[in-house]
Design a protein around this ligand. Structure first.
Ligand code: SF4
Length: 702
């Protein structure tokens, strides 16, 4: 039941991977007061501009209120039946790999769990992927390569106890603002040094002691050069390396081949400046290397992650207070999605699709008729398969690929040609236009479940509003479709608490200590205890619902490879890509401070829209002069895939040869404002994550 008006409800922010706790207080007039939860260990009461404006985004304008079939209002019964019958008929005619789910880091863990269970255990295909593929798949792949598991070793408080924090490809001040506030407070209080590594100057670099404006995608060379420096300067933690790792030599050989000179050449940073950074890193045992989309959204993203982790393994600076590599995720529940295995190359509970033992274990636990036994299609490949007709039925949940996928116009064309598209969402978007069946989902504040933030902390999202119209929770919609496909028994969940208990039980099932993700201590939570669940960080929840114990992993080894040793990974430098004189600039894309995704929520807030009111293209003065671009003029950006219009911001904050444009705008908010229409769809070969920050473009006055 919902709390009475004027009673504060503790929940979690729906925007970013910091996972701040919020107290939402509905007022009798229908408005909702939003405040930070002073007891939540992610934010201790702080909120950023986006979180604190949540109350302005809860109106019902544009909300989907009833199911639709072919654009006509339909009953839930008819809509669910159409989805189930069409998916079942497609599978019967063309096999399980002819259907797919494309889901979202906005889903709650319980939604994600049943979606993954349906596809992998009952449809029998791993064709379920997520917009998290665009966000942090390279971190997942880098973790698994090094640790044998997708484990984030550290915790937020490490940013407060470190003596040096290196932000790589992260504008933490704008993209994870509350975590940045914690870091800034530590800097003010104890003099933490901050280094920012980013091709452009940002609010984060302004607050840093050192900014290395590296060339795009040169991070592998930067960290290979650091590893070489660490070896030369005798910084190896030999005891740690010998006891807990393998394969250092090939990684060191690649690092030596790069060296300081190679790193300087690749990054465009002079050797003295680079060496100063290397000396600082080498001489500071308490160092946290925070990395985000500038690392992940790259065709060499997994190697970037490996190059960073290598340096931490080499010095034993991992899993200790104030030390470790630290991936911060974009979305509120990217981590929960990883925990349920909601990616095309994962199974469930951090188990492996490639491991027959894991497959058998999961299949027995689910009592499922079939289990997917090979990776499914990752996001970019999934939409290619939609385009060429291999995928004949696609269900999109809580995400807007028509605007957010690379080569977005090609994604639109693929959707337009797909024989059967289902979309579950809370508002109309450029994606819902293509839905044969449209399902109204409950939104933030109306649905209930759990999310996991970037430091492995599981928090409750709680409902404080009734879903409008006929909107329903995603987990229930998925279970209702599964039941109509003939799987009623396995999806007979009466509540999100029941789903969570099964998820927690599966995480512990057959775990002899060889798996990292284990929240078995939460498997027996009663409904009331689930309702009241306080934020809990794994691995603490392994054996008891009231846990204590370590909040970090790997300080003493104990990795999740077969021999419990971490692996160094050699990261040879990729050849520089050939320049295309027709498209001489590199397009970097990213977030701005006050917007979220494709603005479906933040676009409703006047004060958030007031920050930057239209799409901007940041360009260096020399490039602007070369292309006759005047400050504040309208420009057209063009790639082989599409065009966009933006307002020129001529600034030396931008690196020469690169331009920057925000990812948020759609045609709804600015004509021809969709940056992903320009973005190339080349992917990292290991993670399948597209290089969203490295497309070749040209610019001209409009
Ligand atoms: Fe929400 Fe992230 Fe801001 Fe916290 S930092 S209030 S989780 S958007």
């Amino acid at each position: 039941g919902l709390a009475p008006a004027n009673a504060g409800v503790k929940t979690a922010c729906p925007y970013c991977g910091v996972g701040c706790g919020i107290v939402a207080t509905p007022r009798p007039d229908g408005a909702v007061d939003i405040g930070g939860d002073a007891e939540h260990p992610a934010n201790f009461g702080r909120l950023c501009s986006k979180g604190s404006a949540l109350g302005e985004t809860l109106d019902l304008d544009d909300r989907l209120l009833v199911p639709e079939i072919d654009g006509q209002r339909a009953s839930w019964d008819a809509a669910l039946a159409r989805v189930a019958e069409t998916f079942s008929a497609t599978i019967a005619a063309h096999g399980p790999d002819s259907v797919a789910l494309y889901v979202s880091g906005q889903l709650l863990t319980e939604d994600y769990y049943v979606a993954n269970k349906l596809m992998k255990g009952f449809v029998g295909s791993a064709n379920i992927d997520t917009n998290s593929r665009l966000c942090m798949a390279s971190s997942v792949a880098g973790h698994v390569r090094a640790f044998g598991s997708d484990t984030v070793p550290g915790a937020y408080e490490d940013l407060e106890t470190a003596d040096l924090v290196v932000l790589v490809g992260s504008n933490l001040a704008w993209c994870h603002p509350v975590l940045f506030q914690r870091l800034a407070a530590a800097k003010a209080g104890r003099g933490t040094r901050i280094v920012t590594i980013d091709p452009r100057a940002t609010a984060s670099s302004e607050a840093s002691d050192l900014h290395l404006a590296v060339a795009p995608d040169s991070d592998v060379a930067l960290f290979a050069g650091l590893l070489d420096h660490l070896e030369r300067e005798g910084c190896a933690d030999r005891a740690y390396i010998e006891a807990h790792t393998r394969d250092a030599e090939p990684a060191l050989a690649a690092a030596r081949a790069c060296g300081l000179a190679g790193a300087a050449a690749a990054t465009g940073i002079d050797e003295h400046r680079l060496a100063a950074f290397y000396r600082l890193w080498a001489g500071t045992p308490r160092v946290v290397t925070v990395y985000s989309q500038g690392v992940n959204q790259s065709v060499v993203g997994t190697d970037k992650v490996s190059a960073i982790i290598n340096c931490h393994l080499f010095t034993g600076r991992i899993g200790r207070a104030g030390a470790g590599p630290f991936s911060v995720t974009g979305q509120p529940n990217a981590m929960g999605g990883r925990e349920v295995g909601g990616l095309a190359n994962m199974l469930a509970a951090h188990m492996s699709l490639a491991d027959p033992g894991h497959r058998d274990l999961v299949q027995r636990f689910w009592r499922s008729p079939v289990i997917a036994d090979r990776p499914g299609l990752k996001a970019v490949d999934m939409f290619r398969a939609v385009a060429d007709g291999r995928i004949k039925a696609l269900w999109i949940m809580s995400t807007n690929p028509a605007d957010s996928l690379p080569k977005a116009d090609a994604a639109v064309a693929a959707l337009a040609n797909c024989p059967f598209v289902v979309v579950s969402d809370i508002v109309r978007t450029d994606t819902t236009r293509h839905a044969h069946v449209l399902l109204p989902a409950a939104g933030w504040g109306e649905k209930s479940g759990t999310v996991t933030n970037s430091e492995r902390r599981i928090s409750r999202q709680r409902a404080f509003l009734a879903p409008p119209g006929e909107a329903r929770a995603d987990w229930r919609i998925i279970c209702d479709v599964a039941a109509r496909m003939g799987f009623a028994e396995a999806f007979a969940f009466a509540s999100e608490a029941e789903v969570f208990r099964e998820h927690a039980a599966l995480s512990a099932h057959g775990n002899d200590g060889s798996r990292d993700f284990d929240i078995g201590g939460l498997a027996d939570l009663g409904d009331a205890a689930y309702a009241d669940l306080a934020p809990v960080q794994w691995p603490r929840a392994r054996t008891t619902a009231a846990p204590e114990g370590p909040i970090r992993l790997f300080a003493d080894g104990g990795f999740f490879t077969a021999d419990r040793r971490a692996r160094f990974v050699a990261t040879p430098l990729a050849p520089a890509r050939a320049a295309d004189p027709r498209f001489p600039l590199i397009l970097n894309t990213g977030r701005i401070r006050d917007q979220w995704h494709t603005m479906t929520r933040t676009g409703k807030s006047p004060r958030l829209m007031g920050h930057l009111a239209e799409p901007l293209c940041e360009i260096h003065p020399a490039d602007a002069a070369a292309h006759a671009i005047a400050t504040a003029s309208l420009v057209q950006l063009e790639s082989p895939h599409g065009t966009m219009l933006a307002r020129a911001l001529v600034t030396e904050r931008q690196r020469r040869g690169s331009v920057f444009a925000a990812m948020h705008w759609t045609d709804q908010f600015a004509a021809k404002g969709r940056v992903d229409a320009l973005v190339d769809d080349a992917v990292d070969p290991v993670s399948g994550q597209p290089g969203l920050k490295g497309s070749a473009v040209r610019i001209q006055p409009f």
